[in-house]
Design a protein around this ligand. Structure first.
Ligand SMILES: Nc1ncnc2c1ncn2[C@@H]1O[C@H](COP(=O)(O)OP(=O)(O)OP(=O)(O)O)[C@@H](O)[C@H]1O
Ligand SMILES: [Mg+2]
Length: 248
């Protein structure tokens, strides 16, 4: 009977390889191993593409709002020690992403650059093929409500939100006393931390206010795996821009 094993195929393949080209494999076993590895690589690429598409599908937009798509560590101006500290923590967060699942909270007054540095982290990670979603709690709640209206399950939305590599919840605590909001945020944080995926929180609330809004338990959980709390306590950058315009 004719030999149609991989060994035979290997011999035929070798005949097709032009002289001077060194094949990546010289035995049928090496060839099979190479095929398996290539297959795995391709599957990982497809998976990443699907993840990015999914992240974009959740909100009908890219993971970072266009307003903050140009925010980087480089264009974050440092004028005081607080900003220097915040920039250095944000940078090291991005560079160490994937080692552990550290969460972060950027807390402080308006216009101090919380979104800027969160977007800088996000843009850094997106450029390295991680999936990132920065969403305000208000937008998130709109999505949750749209799920109810569209007959889609809230669980599938939460599933999607829990799959992205980094989820940043923005403007946490703006709507006070919303029980539903508290439950949804708690669920998201619980589920992400349980599957070892970090959460970022951007808020105007201080530690006690955030704990009162979300509950002690969830704030405690954010501290797991050396979670990072950064206070943004300096003048608004927005005031500065207005001031510059007035001077001109
Ligand atoms: N240190 C900085 N260097 C350069 N640009 C900055 C700096 N701080 C803030 N900005 C810019 O100022 C604007 C407001 O900053 P940002 O949106 O990050 O504020 P925020 O802390 O998220 O405020 P809010 O609490 O109101 O949401 C953005 O366009 C941001 O890029
Ligand atoms: Mg903001």
């Amino acid at each position: 009977m004719k030999n149609i094993s991989a060994g035979g195929a290997m011999e035929r393949l070798k005949k097709l390889i032009p002289a001077g080209v060194q094949p990546k494999f010289s035995t049928a076993d090496e060839w099979r191993k190479w095929q398996t590895e290539e297959g795995l690589k391709r599957a990982a690429e497809v998976d990443k593409l699907n993840q990015t598409a999914r992240a974009e599908k959740i909100l009908g937009r890219s993971g970072i709002q266009s307003l903050h798509q140009n925010c980087t560590f480089k264009n974050y101006e440092v004028k005081n020690d607080g900003q220097r500290h915040a920039l250095s923590l944000a940078k090291s967060y991005a560079m160490n992403f994937g080692n552990g699942f550290t969460s972060f909270v950027f807390s402080g007054s308006p216009g101090t650059g919380k979104n800027h540095l969160a977007a800088a982290i996000g843009n850094y990670l997106l450029a390295r093929d991680s999936t990132v979603l920065i969403v305000t709690v208000a937008d998130l709640m709109l999505r949750v409500r749209a799920c109810y209206d569209g007959g889609q399950s809230e669980a599938s939305l939460l599933d999607e939100l829990c799959r992205v590599d980094l989820l940043v919840l923005d403007e946490v605590g703006i709507q006070k006393d919303s029980k539903h909001e508290k439950i949804i945020i708690n669920q998201i944080i619980d589920r992400r931390l349980a599957s070892m995926r970090p959460v970022g929180i951007l808020t105007n609330l201080n530690f006690d206010e955030l704990a009162a809004t979300l509950g002690e338990r969830v704030v405690d959980r954010l501290k797991m795996d050396s979670g990072m709390w950064v206070n943004f306590a300096w003048e608004s950058y927005r005031n500065k821009v207005t001031h510059l315009r007035l001077v001109k």
